[in-house]
Design a protein around this ligand. Structure first.
Ligand SMILES: Cc1ncc(C[n+]2csc(CCOP(=O)(O)OP(=O)(O)O)c2C)c(N)n1
Ligand SMILES: [Mg+2]
Length: 364
């Protein structure tokens, strides 16, 4: 006997194309033009923030930083789809999600200055601090999702992982666990086509990353990650389903890392500039601006006003963060259950030198 025992497929969703045309049949009813203006403002804010941290880093006023430019739609669309009670479990590039979730910008800057105090996330934000060990956050997220189910809180956990992160065992374990226990977990793959210098095509023989869901027995979908409306729609639906007890979902957002991996990286060494140029017209902010301008809902005056207001808030947060005096002891705590003698000596030396309170102390 020979019979087919499983047949799977993966859909691709795009609601606003790169020319600003909207597929009305897929546009959520709740998403009026006022909400699209909000999305535009959040995406622009995220980009302004990104530009600022990059410039601070270049001036020695911030530590190593992972830019988000090009990925604003996927971050803002998903952040705005989350409800207040939902949990946000990031990797290290989701600055736009923190921003749109109302995270205080000065604390955000403290993290990127390299201060431990910046990694302490207030409980009210239902978020974890940026997580650098690739894909480890997916297991934290599955554990938090398990706790939500166990505690019947109705909260959903939204976690992010890169295309490179999908090659890690943690990613598969998390999906499998979430599938088996029917957990309220939404996993978003930020497929930005690169994992430092490794192109996405080197990660897997599978034609999509979304189909990794199939092995875990959960639904998977691909979305145009540069389409803020499409991302908003698929993430909102996934959250609503998970909150209704229908289990986890895997979402692959197709986007592009327009800039360097981090400020410690030079992408011109390994990728062709032509590739970056080809992605420019697909800019996630540009298409929304085209849509709003065509409808006479946006103009240069509003743009200037918005940019001035956003920059003012960013500058105020930078000032506040730069006045902060970190406790040099903070970087020695929480590493070991007891402090080894060698570490104690380093701590004493750091305190004696007034380390981090002197200019340039927070550099790389
Ligand atoms: C377990 C682990 N291995 C290696 C690294 C070094 N590293 C940091 S980011 C990165 C690539 C991540 O690529 P991807 O998951 O696609 O995310 P992206 O940086 O593109 O957002 C690597 C290999 C790390 N931080 N953790
Ligand atoms: Mg990547």
């Amino acid at each position: 006997m020979l019979k087919k025992v499983y047949d799977g497929s993966i859909s691709y969703v795009q609601i606003m194309d790169e020319y600003g045309n909207v597929d009305a049949s897929l546009r959520p009813d709740s998403l009026g033009d006022d909400k699209i203006i909000d999305m535009y403002k959040w995406m622009s804010y995220a980009r302004a923030l990104d530009t600022k941290v990059l410039s601070l880093q270049r001036q020695g006023r911030a530590a190593t930083y992972a830019p988000l430019v090009g990925q604003e739609a996927e971050q803002i669309g998903s952040a705005l789809a989350m409800r207040k009670q939902d949990y946000f479990v990031p990797n290290f590039r989701q600055h736009g999600v923190y921003l749109a979730r109302g995270y205080p910008l000065d604390t955000f800057f403290l993290y990127w200055k390299g201060y431990e105090e910046g990694a302490v996330v207030g409980k009210e934000y239902n978020a974890l601090p940026p997580i650098v060990p690739v894909a480890t956050q997916t297991l934290h997220a599955a554990g938090i999702a398990y706790a939500q189910k166990f505690g019947k809180t109705n909260a959903v956990v939204v976690t992010y992982v890169g295309d490179g992160g999908t090659s890690e065992g943690n990613f598969y374990e998390s999906l499998n666990f979430a599938g088996e226990f029917n957990l309220p977990l939404v996993t978003i793959i930020e497929n930005n086509e690169w994992a430092i210098s490794e192109p996405e095509k080197n990660q897997t023989a599978a034609p999509t990353l979304a189909q990794k869901a199939i092995g875990a027995g959960i639904p998977g979908v691909q979305v145009d990650g540069n389409d803020v409306i499409g991302v908003y729609k698929v993430v909102s639906d996934a959250i609503a389903n998970a909150a209704a007890g229908k289990g986890p979902m895997l979402i692959e957002a197709l986007t592009y890392r327009m800039s360097m991996h981090t400020t410690a990286d030079d992408p011109t060494k390994y990728r062709d500039d032509k590739e970056v140029t080809a992605w420019k017209p697909r800019d996630p902010i540009l298409r929304v601006k085209t849509y709003l301008t065509k409808k006479n809902l946006w103009n240069d005056k509003l743009e200037q006003q918005m940019a001035d207001e956003q920059l003012k808030k960013i500058d105020e947060a930078v000032d506040k963060a730069e006045q902060f005096k970190p406790d040099p002891r903070s970087m020695f705590e929480h590493v070991y259950s007891f402090m080894p003698e060698t570490l104690k000596q380093e701590e004493d030396a750091a305190i004696a030198e007034n380390f981090w309170q002197t200019a340039g102390g927070a550099g790389e």
